[in-house]
Design a protein around this ligand. Structure first.
Ligand code: ASP
Length: 306
């Protein structure tokens, strides 16, 4: 017990809670709430919620209907991490499947490894019984149209991730992430979303965090692990996430870089949540035993026009 206290790990019996990036995650936390309310596991709630967003073709940065890479492929990245065991499962650049988050969970639960990539991850998915989706279903016509319009542009924009942290009534925490990555990225490019410590981190009894924004900037500054460590040290979720976003932004500036979007959501072991971003326009969805599903807008902590 004393060791746990020294390590910043809390023994808590708390409310269930869930937080996830962007307003499109409202459906994720609503789904998760149905599971957590009935005493379900954080892992099941996070996976089920993320799967809904992966299926939603109107979300142009996650799963089906997501951004294509420069070769015109829908190549998806996803991760799951179990805060009880620190085990994680990751897949990167997976083509042909609708639910990379579920393949990532299988990597965690059915292998002795953490990360599988590209064709080998696809082969693993087939072995685990996942069936490939119809290409026209995965990549609807409007996505092809946008790709054709943008593929020769020198400068392209577009990238977002669902990053979700969940806490169940038994106190277990987990994180799940999923993205189609940055629009028109080089084939094989991997962002922060499936990279532990950058795109996600969680430890039961301490807290969890997940990121969205330009993966290259988030990886340079290892944002998610830092948020969790600051909460371990006693900071509130808000203090921790704002400190990390501000520090990451300033660190990149000091190194002569121009920071792109860096946004994170986090949750402590008591189920308290927060989000922060260095840009205008970030919001996140959350729900808990005490609060209905809702979307919260986050003012940028850096005034880029100042
Ligand atoms: N972080 C993701 C990536 O760089 C995209 C995003 O969340 O905006 O692939």
């Amino acid at each position: 017990m004393r060791f746990k206290k020294q390590m910043g790990v809390e023994d808590t019996k708390n409310m269930w809670s869930m937080v996830a990036t962007w307003p499109f995650s409202l459906q994720c936390v609503e789904k998760g709430a149905q599971i957590l309310r009935d005493g379900g596991a954080a892992m099941d709630a996070a996976e089920a919620g993320v799967r809904l967003v992966e299926t939603d073709e109107t979300v142009d940065s996650v799963g089906r209907g997501g951004y294509l890479n420069a070769a015109g492929e829908l190549a998806l990245d996803a991760a799951m991490m179990d805060g009880n065991t620190l085990k994680m499962g990751v897949v990167a650049c997976v083509r042909g499947f609708e639910h990379p988050v579920s393949i990532a969970r299988k990597v965690m639960e059915n292998t002795r490894h953490s990360i599988l990539v590209g064709p080998h991850a696809e082969e693993f998915a087939r072995k685990m019984g996942f069936t490939e989706a119809d290409p026209d279903y995965l990549i609807p016509k409007n996505v092809w149209k946008k790709y054709e319009e943008e593929k020769n542009k020198r400068k392209t924009s577009g990238h977002d991730t669902i990053g979700c942290v969940a806490l169940d009534a038994g106190g277990s925490m987990c994180v799940a992430t999923s993205t189609s990555g940055a629009n028109l990225r080089l084939p094989g490019r991997v962002g922060d979303t499936p990279i532990i410590g950058s795109g996600f981190y969680v430890q039961t009894g301490v807290g969890g965090a997940a990121a969205t924004g330009l993966g290259e900037d988030i990886m340079r500054t290892c944002c998610s692990f830092r948020v969790v460590e600051l909460m371990r040290g006693g900071m509130s979720p808000r203090e921790a996430v704002e400190t990390v976003v501000l520090t990451a932004h300033n660190t990149l500036l000091q190194c002569g870089l121009r920071p792109d979007c860096i946004a994170l959501v986090c949750m402590n072991a008591r189920g308290e949540t927060a989000g922060a971003c260095n840009h205008q326009g970030f919001s996140y969805a959350c729900v808990s035993e005490n609060e209905p599903p809702r979307v919260i807008s986050v003012p940028p902590i850096i005034d880029k026009d100042a």
